[in-house]
Design a protein around this ligand. Structure first.
Ligand code: NCD
Length: 324
C-alpha cells in the first residue's frame, strides 16, 4: 500500500500501518496526547467517552500479551465497545478468509480493526478493502513494523531523557527478525532526531546491509553499548526462522546477554528497555531487568496511553459523527 493510503483526502491519518511517512509534528502530537493519558492512567476508569459508539475489534493471529491487552484497555478507557476475536476459535479455522472475516465484522458494525499477523502485507490488504469510515491499526506486522511499539518506545525515552536528538541509542539482539527495532530505529527515533543509533547483534541476526541505513553496526555488545544513553534489548524471535547458527540459551547469554558488568559500559544514567516478552538469562540478566535502570514496566504502562492516543486521533472523525 502506498503510504498516502494511510491518510484521508484531507491528509489526516485514517490508518496506522507504519510510522514511515509520519512527520515529526505528527509523531510529537501523538506522543503529547499519550503523555496526557499517562497522567490519568492511575485514575479510576472510565476516563473518557471520546470513542463512545465506536466498536473496536482486536484480531490477533500471533500470540500477544501486552499489545492485545493494552489495545483493549485503551479502547475501553475511551468508552468504545471492544470485541476480541479468538482467531484460533473462529471460522478462520474452517477455511474462511481473512477478508470474509473482516466483512463479517463490518456487517456487525465494527469501525476499527486492530490487527496482528505473521504475514507481511495483511494490515495494508485489509485497509484497502474496508468501508471508507473504517480504520485499521497494525499491532505488529511480520518482522516489518510495529508502529504503536515504536511510539511507546519513543515516549519512554522522552520521559527519561527529555529529547531524542543528541542521544546514543543501542538496540541489541535479534535485529534481523524484529519489527520493534525497525519501527523504533528506522522511523520513530530517527524522525525525532536521534542520529547515533547502533544496531548490535551476532552476525547471524544482523539485518541485510540495505536496511537500517545510517545506523552503526556492531557484533560485540561491549563495543556496541559503550557510552549509550539507552540500551534496548530484544528477544531472539525463534518463531521467525528455522536455521540457527546462533548460540542457544546459556551460550547466547555468555556472548550477548545484558549483565550489570556489561551495562557499566553504557552511560551511568543509561536506561534499559525491552519490548517483552523477555527471556531472563538469555538476552538479559533478571537482576538488570528488575534493576534501577530498567524502564521495562514503564514501557508497558506507556503502551496503553499511546494506543489511546492513536485510537483517538484515527477515529476522531468517526467519533464526531457518532456523537451527532
Ligand atoms: C514484540 C513483538 O510482538 O514484536 N512484543 C511486543 O509487541 N511487545 C517483541 C517480541 O515478540 O519479541
Amino acid at each position: 500500500m502506498a503510504l498516502t493510503q494511510q491518510r484521508r483526502a484531507d491528509g489526516s491519518l485514517r490508518h496506522l500501518l507504519t510510522l514511515e511517512g509520519l512527520t515529526r509534528d505528527e509523531i510529537e502530537s501523538l506522543l503529547e496526547r499519550a503523555q496526557h493519558h499517562v497522567r490519568r492512567l492511575g485514575e479510576p476508569a472510565p476516563h473518557s467517552s471520546a470513542l463512545a459508539g465506536v466498536t473496536v475489534a482486536n484480531m490477533f493471529t500471533e500470540p500477544s500479551t501486552r499489545t492485545r491487552v493494552s489495545f483493549e484497555l485503551a479502547a475501553k478507557r475511551l468508552g468504545a465497545d471492544v470485541v476480541n476475536l479468538e482467531v484460533q476459535l473462529s471460522s478462520r479455522v474452517k477455511g474462511e478468509s481473512m477478508l470474509d472475516t473482516v466483512f463479517t465484522l463490518e456487517a456487525l458494525h465494527v469501525d476499527v480493526f486492530v490487527l496482528r499477523d505473521a504475514e507481511q502485507g495483511v494490515p495494508a490488504m485489509v485497509a484497502s478493502h474496508v468501508a471508507p469510515h473504517v480504520s485499521v491499526l497494525s499491532a505488529g506486522e511480520a518482522h516489518v513494523s510495529h508502529p504503536t511499539q515504536g511510539l511507546l518506545d519513543a515516549l519512554t525515552v522522552l520521559q527519561h531523557k527529555k529529547r531524542c536528538d543528541g542521544l546514543a541509542i543501542a538496540i541489541v539482539g535479534d535485529i534481523r527478525h524484529s519489527r520493534v527495532a525497525r519501527s523504533a530505529a528506522c522511523h520513530a527515533l530517527r524522525t525525532l532526531g536521534t542520529t547515533d543509533i547502533r544496531i548490535v547483534a551476532p552476525e547471524a541476526l544482523m539485518p541485510d546491509p540495505a536496511e537500517f541505513e545510517g545506523c552503526a553496526r556492531s557484533t560485540s555488545i561491549e563495543t556496541g553499548i559503550e557510552g549509550a544513553d539507552v540500551v534496548m534489548m530484544l528477544r531472539i524471535q525463534k518463531e521467525r526462522f528455522a536455521n540457527t547458527t546462533i548460540p542457544a540459551g546459556d551460550d547466547y547469554f555468555r556472548e550477548f546477554g545484558l549483565t550489570a558488568a556489561r551495562l557499566a559500559k553504557a552511560r551511568p544514567d543509561a536506561i534499559v528497555m525491552h519490548p517483552q516478552p523477555m527471556n531472563r538469562g538469555v538476552e538479559i540478566d533478571g537482576a538488570v531487568a528488575d534493576g534501577p535502570r530498567s524502564v521495562i514496566r514503564q514501557q508497558v504502562t506507556n503502551g496503553v496511553a499511546v494506543r489511546m492516543a492513536a485510537l483517538e486521533i484515527l477515529a476522531a472523525p468517526l467519533a464526531a459523527r457518532k456523537a451527532r
